[in-house]
Design a binder for this molecule. Sequence first.
Ligand SMILES: Cc1cc2nc3c(=O)[nH]c(=O)nc-3n(C[C@H](O)[C@H](O)[C@H](O)COP(=O)(O)O)c2cc1C
Length: 190
Amino acid sequence: MQVLALLGSPRKGGNSEVLMEAVVRGMAQAGGRVEVVRLCDLKISPCISCGGCDATGACVVKDDMTALYPKILAAHRIVLASPIFFYGITAQAKACVDRCQALWNRKKLLRAKGQWQQNPDQKGFLLAVAATHGEKVFDGAALCMKYAYDAMGFLYGGDFMVKGIDRRGEMAADALKLKEAEEAGRRFMA
Ligand SMILES: Cc1cc2nc3c(=O)[nH]c(=O)nc-3n(C[C@H](O)[C@H](O)[C@H](O)COP(=O)(O)O)c2cc1C
């Protein structure tokens, strides 16, 4: 099964990346072929709401998102890993999500033609870290990603989120959590 791991953190070797590495290790152990994409290394413009995808389901803006669309559509599992920035995912991750408006239109157009069928083996997951322990600290990101995966045509498979992680190195220091994350990765392949 093809796994697309999207890293939304701008911090190289940061907490989201360490968490994502543990999860995809588990996914690979369970048979996943993992491709990691660092969204911060790509040039992905924000959606400009031009309506260019309304009639076709294809985005007219040509940048690094162009090569990402087929990878999204071909994946069996997608994991998006992001730190919480102001109760949501990072701007880099959000730009990618917003550009999936084209996939929302694609799905709508296929459905209208009776050609849309949910693939039960396409599932999306959210991995997130946050500095604080706020009760609702992951709510915004989780809601955003549930709807984003639905637009992509993926079922929401769940999440693995860790509170109280802030400075670089804090996630790597929590061996127990990383073990749990690896186990979660294996579960995500079921
Ligand atoms: C711009 C910015 C906004 C942030 N907003 C929040 C927030 O709303 N809630 C929170 O708990 N942590 C917040 N944080 C802290 C990060 O989520 C935390 O440092 C995280 O561990 C960084 O992960 P990374 O190393 O993968 O980038 C914020 C950090 C930055 C830089």
